[in-house]
Design a protein around this ligand. Structure first.
Ligand code: ADP
Ligand code: MG
Length: 391
């Protein structure tokens, strides 16, 4: 009681086609929750379409159980089940001899919507698809492939069906049209609170759209996870190859933290004398020094200009201390602080831990190294690059 019932549940599901030696789907178990955008991904023949079509009984289940809303799909009338589950395929499924208007209201009509509701539906949908209203009276062939698919997608998402299956719906579209349709489907899914099962062989598409990624290979379930989990912890080389080298090195950069690139700070004690400070600046060829107390708590910094100006009347570092300075934490992501660090007129930013203790600095030079690695890869010379300080 009170337990959440998944929208779809695969329980040890296998599919063996007649005369086929190997199962097309082999002992697969996972759940799809309400509101999930679940992408099934794998190379051609991995079993994606077979698995998805078992949800609406377009394919039968050989072994195991497929549950929709907690009920075995076998307990539903298949025609009824299919009417209540949206289905979008590559060629949009628009009827060529019907106008766009008639195509749009086809399913609502089958579901016996009242007339008043049907009339407004076509208009609502064409607006959602971001197409002119005059297109309602056109035939599908009078629209481009991308426009036809917009209609197909919107039609499926706007219908009463809470669960929608999509089989490589954007596979035939050019990259720009595909991207605009991905945005459309993503916006509508969130806005309308639908659950989507989406087959693709394009990892970029899966990582962009999915809340849950399911990786298949030769009918086997290889990995289930969020896009972040898949990207940062691919289960094996097959998953890595689907992600691609470029993506992986980008992901590596994405997860670089401040502590991974910080170096030792040049610091001076709060009570040190000005001559000591001057000596230290000369020795290290720097024009500022970070100032700490005797427990390494960061107190501020001093600059060479202030030091020279006050050399005769100030006695210790604390007299010329500037306390205003921005800092970062060691576990913050570098990507979130990049512009902050690069845009400061200082050449570094101090790193402090939770107790305000100075633990390092991030210099512009170390950032430059990270950028280099991102652009040219890091094969063979990853470590210790950050030691070479330019200032
Ligand atoms: P995907 O969608 O990942 O490309 P499919 O689910 O279409 O993979 O196919 C999985 C495996 O099942 C493939 O080896 C394919 O040849 C086989 N298969 C698919 N449909 C049938 C069928 N109707 N009869 C026999 N074998 C099939
Ligand atoms: Mg397929």
């Amino acid at each position: 009681m009170g337990e959440k019932i998944p929208m779809v549940e695969f329980k040890d599901v296998s599919k063996i086609y007649p005369k086929m030696k190997n199962p097309a789907v082999n002992h697969i178990s996972f759940e799809i929750d309400k509101g999930d955008f679940c992408c099934l991904i794998g190379t051609s023949g991995s079993g994606k379409t077979t698995l998805m079509r078992m949800i609406n009984r377009m394919n039968s289940v050989t072994k195991g159980e497929v549950l929709v809303n907690g009920k075995n799909v076998k307990s539903f009338n298949p025609v009824n089940l299919r009417r209540h589950i949206g289905y979008v395929i590559q060629n949009n499924g628009l009827m060529p001899h019907m106008t766009i208007r008639d195509n749009i209201i086809l399913v609502p009509k089958l579901l016996k919507w009242p007339k008043e509701k049907l009339a407004g539906e076509a208009q609502k949908l064409i607006q959602m698809a971001e197409l002119p209203e005059s297109y309602l009276d056109r035939y599908p062939t009078e629209l481009s492939g991308g426009q036809q698919q917009r209609i197909g997608v919107v039609r499926a998402l706007a219908a009463n069906q809470n669960l929608i299956l999509m089989d490589e719906p954007f596979g035939a579209l050019d990259p720009i049209t595909r991207e605009s349709l991905q945005n459309l489907v993503q916006n509508l899914q969130v806005r309308l609170g639908k659950t989507i099962v989406f087959v693709t062989h394009d990892m970029d598409e899966a990582l962009k759209l999915a809340t849950k990624v399911v990786v298949l290979h030769d009918g086997q379930l290889i990995q289930v996870g969020t896009p972040e989990e898949i990207l940062h912890h691919p289960a094996n080389d097959y998953v890595k190859s689907l992600i691609g080298e470029e993506r992986l090195s980008e992901a590596k950069y994405e997860t670089v933290k401040v502590k991974n690139v910080m170096t030792n700070p040049i610091k001076i004690d709060l009570g040190a004398s000005l001559p000591d400070a001057l000596t230290m600046m000369k020795e290290h060829r720097v024009d500022t020094l970070l100032v700490v107390d005797n427990s390494d708590h960061l107190k501020g910094y001093i600059s060479i200009d202030d030091l020279q100006r006050n050399y005769s009347n100030a006695s210790s570092v604390s007299d010329i201390l500037i306390t205003k300075l921005s800092t970062v934490g060691p576990d913050e992501y570098l990507r979130d602080n990049f512009s902050r660090i690069m845009s400061r007129n200082k050449s570094y930013i101090p790193v402090i831990d939770g107790d305000n203790k100075l633990v390092g600095i991030v210099t512009r030079a170390s950032l430059v190294n990270v950028v280099y690695q991102k652009i040219w890869g890091d094969k063979g010379h990853t470590q210790n690059n950050t030691e070479k300080e330019a200032n």
